[in-house]
Design a protein around this ligand. Sequence first.
Ligand code: FHN
Length: 475
Amino acid sequence: MKMKKMVLSVMLAGWVVGLKAQSVKKDTIPLLHGAHHIGKRMDADMNRWRGYGLGQFIHWGLYSVLGGDYNGKHYNGAAEWIRSWGELPHSVYDSLYKKFDPKEFDANRWAVMAKQMGAKYVTITTKHHDGFCLWPTKYTSYNISNTPYKKDILKQLVNAYTKAGIDVYLYFSIMDWHNPDWRYDLKSTADTIAFDRFKLFVKNQLEEQLKMYPQIKGFWFDGTWDNSWKKSGAFSDSLNQDLKRIHPGLIIGSRLRADDYGKRHFDSNGRLMGDYEQGWERTIPSDFAATHGNDWECDMTIPENGWGYAKKWMGHWKTPNELIEMLAKCVSLDGNFVLNFGPKADGTFRQKEIDDAKVIGNWMKINNEAIYNCGYVNWLKQDWGYYTQKLKKDNEIYMIVFNVPVSGALRVSSPKNTVIKKAYLLDGHKELSIEKLDGLDTFIHLQKTGQKQPFVIVLETQKGAQSEEDENKHI
Ligand code: FHN
């Protein structure tokens, strides 16, 4: 009897453990400050973000006064980091605001240039790591109102871009080299006390921005990699929630938060913390699997590296066609592509940036149908370029072509049960001949199209029209 009882209780215990194992996944680490939702945000604001395709990044601040030069010498790192290299005394850098007087600055001209390029959103540095604020914040005197220029730059930009129909996002660096309460790590009570003051300063500044520029759509956080911030998971979580409560719909990427254990971007259970993945800086995922199906954005510089204005650009300068290809690749993998501009201290842009924006804009004028509100197509990738389709899927598939084979025939492998009814060039709608191959592949024959630039072919497809014989070829 005793034995029977024991077996029963062991069985029961096993059943309870089994139940537990079913309801809580084995690898789940209990977190107070992990991701608060699983899967994508599907509200209207986020759908709008998803459809942008192309954005502009602006890095503008005191570093543009130096442009990477100090005392007749040029420094080859990212020019906006010059204060941190020990090449010039901090007091010299921190006095640059006395020289910041962008006489040529015209926010409307900037917005028109971005609009012509085809940008649907802009991210503007309101405060980079140097701590200088482009808006007249009441929380530090290290701001635009104390420069010879005096006027609120941010307000002009927010108004001009919004008027041009471009959504505005504010870049905000948490790391702040100028604020005496900033800490890289928290190693003592004194550090913690100072950093608590700093956190309040950050919260105040962000709430101030929301109050002053209510048109904005989101924040773009940076400088969140230090231990002090990684140890502030609870604060970063409540800050995120506060900002969203004040401004419902606000979009914030994965750079802001840290979880209970200091994990960034993805929490300790591997879940994305933020509305989109913000780790694709100067790189693009190699394929769709690498995106893990998340929303994401790639931020790209035209030179090898460097975001703020540098008198000399380092390394390879990307050509407009390279940039257009990056844009196409991002959209084909469900991401947005954001191209950086680093205006000069006088408020003008370098010629190469102006020229590139024009070329991209001319291309977008013809081909934007394959970029805006478009995303991933689960068809076998081919060497000629990239597929996209409308996020609200219909029967059209876009082929953005960068490499034309010598044969002039572009191979398309359509999935089971999908038939290509018609193919034509988006520019001018010239119809192209289709050759159905044995099995599921099709050739789109280009003949002489005279295309010198990347171009788009539209495929009109029909589902469920494949013959049974063709379908069997997939088995
Ligand atoms: O250090 C910055 C850099 O200067 C620039 O602002 C880029 C933009 O993505 N973010 C940081 C590095 O991740």
